[in-house]
Design a binder for this molecule. Structure first.
Ligand SMILES: *Cc1c(COP(=O)(O)O)cnc(C)c1O
Length: 431
């Protein structure tokens, strides 16, 4: 029996919406497998469709995040709206003078305003921000860090390794659980260390409890040399002036850019896509002469973001300045009341159920993304018996849910109201 032609097989898959070369690849793979496995024509068609489906699933696409993890690293951390129009921008044009401008003039100046800093620049991510600061300010010199803050954030960000790559020498001070101001002054007074700066790294994704002591930014700033605070999570201001009711209780203890700078940090670094709620980016804010040193370092060119990212950072910064948390999807989702989520859960359950398989239930959401470990946000969602994770992921749009104790849990805090209908359809299909 002759196998079907590659072209005919590929053409039978046009309804998948994939471009022709990808369909040809799927068809070729199915035919090659059929030759070795002796499968029927009918199965070749099925397999080709399966391969096409797999390559479609591999593409970047919107998903419904029903995990209740607001900053889910696998799901791109903070959710973000984008526009798709093809336009030029004044990325590096000064519209007033008509001269060449700086890409750091737009979003970065708004960020500086937001955190109460003299100046700021935006790079690709916070790892890049820390690396650039160390390379620009401490290359060939010592950088003092508490042993309790030599953290690994995940995805390969390890403070000692970033330090080594930057050309700065790591000078460890104190112990894992206790570091005192005296440990910093001793290091600073040791000429062999040639300390250029002290780095305070937010522990982000873990806590040390028990017999502990840490040195605050204010204490560190009381001794010689600039203090750089890598707060990572990107809370702009602990007072949350953009929220009508002030900071939510789950935010307690989280370091914020404005307060670190007020306490005397010369620079702060943080991510754009954590609690800031923007695109993947890294922000360096603080004293103008130090920001300038970072901007002029050759690495700054390698770490600079494009206009899309800078535009998105600007949009989020404007929302903060306008005190409009509704325009920052992370804050909108983080602040919805559980009662409101309960109403939506009940409506979805009513529409999705032929039986009572899908039950509204209280849940707990978390911020995630390596921020606020152990902190829970009361939430509401749905639960159904059995493990439906794979079936929900296979739905279009894919739904990502948690499985615990042989039940599938969906948290509505991370689901946009506009996604309630597709979520209902996905649940109807699996229940
Ligand atoms: C998350 C985090 C980083 C890394 O940020 P990316 O934007 O993912 O590169 C660095 N430092 C701290 C303290 C963090 O929390």
């Amino acid at each position: 029996m002759r196998p079907p032609s590659v072209d005919a097989l590929a053409r039978s898959l046009v309804d998948t919406g994939l471009p022709h070369p990808l369909l040809v690849a799927a068809a070729r793979k199915a035919i090659a497998e059929a030759a070795s496995d002796h499968v029927s024509d009918h199965h070749i068609v099925d397999r080709a469709r399966q391969h096409a489906f797999v390559s479609k699933r591999a593409m970047l696409q919107p998903v419904i995040n029903a995990t209740g993890v607001l900053l889910h690293t696998n799901l791109g951390r903070a959710p973000l709206a984008t526009t798709t129009e093809a336009v030029y921008t004044n990325l590096e044009l000064d519209l007033v003078s008509g001269e060449r401008g700086s890409r750091h003039a737009h979003a970065a100046s708004l960020l500086a305003q937001l955190c109460g800093a003299e100046d700021a620049i935006v790079v690709n991510n916070c790892a890049g921000a820390v690396m650039l600061v160390l390379a620009a300010l401490a290359n060939g010199r010592g950088a003092a860090v508490s042993r309790g803050e030599l953290v690994e954030i995940g995805g390969g960000f390890r403070v000692p390794e970033v330090m080594m790559q930057s050309g700065a020498h790591l000078v460890e001070v104190g112990t894992t659980n206790r570091t005192r101001l005296g440990d910093f002054t001793t290091a600073l007074n040791n000429p062999t260390h040639n300390i250029a700066l002290a780095l305070k790294v937010h522990q982000s994704n873990y806590r040390i409890v028990g017999f502990t002591q840490q040195v605050s930014v204010a204490e560190m700033a009381s001794v010689e040399g600039p203090v750089v605070a890598d707060i990572g999570s990107g809370l702009i201001d602990a007072a949350c002036p953009w929220l009508e009711n002030g900071p939510p209780i789950w935010l307690e203890g989280e370091p914020a850019a404005r307060q670190c700078l007020d306490a005397g940090a010369a620079l702060v670094t943080f991510s754009g896509d954590k609690l800031f709620g923007g695109p993947q980016a890294g922000i360096i804010a603080g004293q103008a002469h130090l920001v300038r040193q970072c901007a002029q370092h050759p690495l700054a060119r390698a770490l600079r973001p494009g206009g899309l990212v800078l535009g998105a950072v600007q949009q989020v910064a404007l929302a903060y300045l306008n005190r409009n948390p509704q325009a920052i999807e992370f804050w909108r989702m983080a602040c919805i009341s559980p009662a409101h989520l309960q109403e939506r859960a009940e409506a979805i359950a009513n529409r999705a159920n032929h039986t009572t398989a899908i039950r509204p239930t209280p849940t707990t959401a978390i911020t995630g993304g390596g921020t606020l470990p152990g902190v829970e946000i009361p939430s509401f969602g749905l639960v159904l018996d059995g493990n439906h994770a794979a079936a929900l992921r296979a739905h279009s749009p894919p739904v990502v849910a948690h499985v615990r104790e042989d039940c599938t849990w969906l948290d509505l805090r991370t689901v946009a109201p506009s996604q309630d209908e597709p979520l209902t359809q996905a649940l109807r299909a699996v229940a």
